[in-house]
Design a protein around this ligand. Structure first.
Ligand code: HEC
Length: 304
């Protein structure tokens, strides 16, 4: 009993300490699935505990009833015969084995070297299993092949694909209308977007780029040197496509374009923060083009 209690305590406390050890910035509880599984696990453990208590109480009750029957038999002066318990009765029903006194009725007539055989019938648990599979097969056949009320695998696959497609479209849709990619992306500067970007960065990118952006497996993101360019479009492109044959994977499947825009914008705010233990500069110094120049070239081009 002591060991069970210890185990239960461990079960309850371990996840707690593990969750507490997580970074204070983002809590795992932000993930709705974590919350869902925790609640389900909690309900499951509670139900198990209630069941255990119920079984224990039933045993106590059974013991009391037997004790009473024994006392009554003693008073009446008759011999006490113990009633079979629920488990014994269930077991007898499941197997339905002929009692030893009746064995001679079901003895088969052949005999080999003194070995004889009893003609016991199939145990009910086995027979019922067979009946249930037959019922299941009929229901399955009618549902899937006759009335078509449930989808076949191919149909299920098609629906899932359609759903995923719709989800993808929703993810790609932005308020501004046109597709958000490296050519159309603009740097976000509002606090809410940057806060979102920071969350995305800490949970997905900090393992390689450090929380401060100082760089570790991945390059330093706080200096002026970039391997793939330092504009918002360049950053978006690297995050979206990754860099083949390096640890920098493509994040397009994990992050929506909006999220990639947020995290790229957040990275741009890290410039010049001079975090401790920075990784040495890699790539070329990037000098942002003044906005006027861009407009000028466009005007010049248009007027030519
Ligand atoms: C598994 C490690 C790893 C993770 C996780 C990771 N990166 Fe990288 N990242 C790298 C490596 C390695 C490079 C350098 C690639 C190269 O050699 O060109 C890189 C390069 C980059 C660059 C280009 C830097 C430059 O100098 O041009 C950006 C921007 C970047 N990562 C952003 C991110 C963002 C945003 C995330 C999270 C969504 C992320 N990274 C997650 C390893 C990682």
């Amino acid at each position: 009993m002591k060991r069970t209690i210890l185990l239960l305590l461990l079960l309850f406390c371990l996840p707690g300490t593990m969750l507490m050890a997580q970074d204070a910035g983002i809590s795992v509880w932000d993930d709705p699935m974590v919350m869902f599984y925790t609640v389900v696990a909690f309900i499951f453990i509670t139900v198990l505990l209630i069941l255990a208590v119920a079984v224990y109480l039933l045993q106590v009750l059974n013991f009391l009833v037997q004790q009473q029957a024994k006392d009554r038999a003693l008073k009446l002066g008759i011999e006490y015969v113990r009633e079979p318990g629920i488990w014994e009765r269930l077991n007898a029903w499941l197997w339905d084995i002929a009692p030893i006194e009746k064995e001679k009725d079901i003895m088969m007539h052949h005999e080999y070297d003194g070995i004889r055989e009893l003609d016991n019938h199939l145990p009910p648990w086995w027979r019922w299993l067979l009946y249930i599979t037959i019922i299941f097969a009929v229901v399955y056949m009618v549902m899937y092949h006759i009335t078509d009320s449930l989808p076949m695998q191919e149909e299920e696959y098609a629906t899932e694909l359609a759903l995923a497609d719709a989800e993808m479209k929703k993810m790609n849709a932005t308020e501004s209308g046109p597709v958000l990619d490296e050519t159309t992306v603009v740097e976000l500067t509002d606090a809410v977007s940057l806060e979102e970007g920071k969350k995305i960065f800490i949970s997905n990118c900090a393992s390689c780029h450090k929380e401060s952006g100082a760089g570790d497996i991945g390059p330093n993101l706080t200096d002026e040197y970039w391997l793939h360019g330092g504009s918002i479009g360049d950053l978006f492109k690297v995050v979206k496509n990754g860099v083949p044959a390096t640890n920098m994977i493509s994040w397009a499947a994990m992050l929506s374009p909006k999220m990639m825009q947020q995290v790229s914008s957040y990275i741009l705010t890290l410039k010049g923060t001079n975090p401790p233990n920075p990784k040495e500069p890699q790539g070329e110094k990037y000098i942002p083009m003044p906005k006027e120049t861009v407009v000028d070239t466009l005007t010049v081009k248009a007027s030519l």
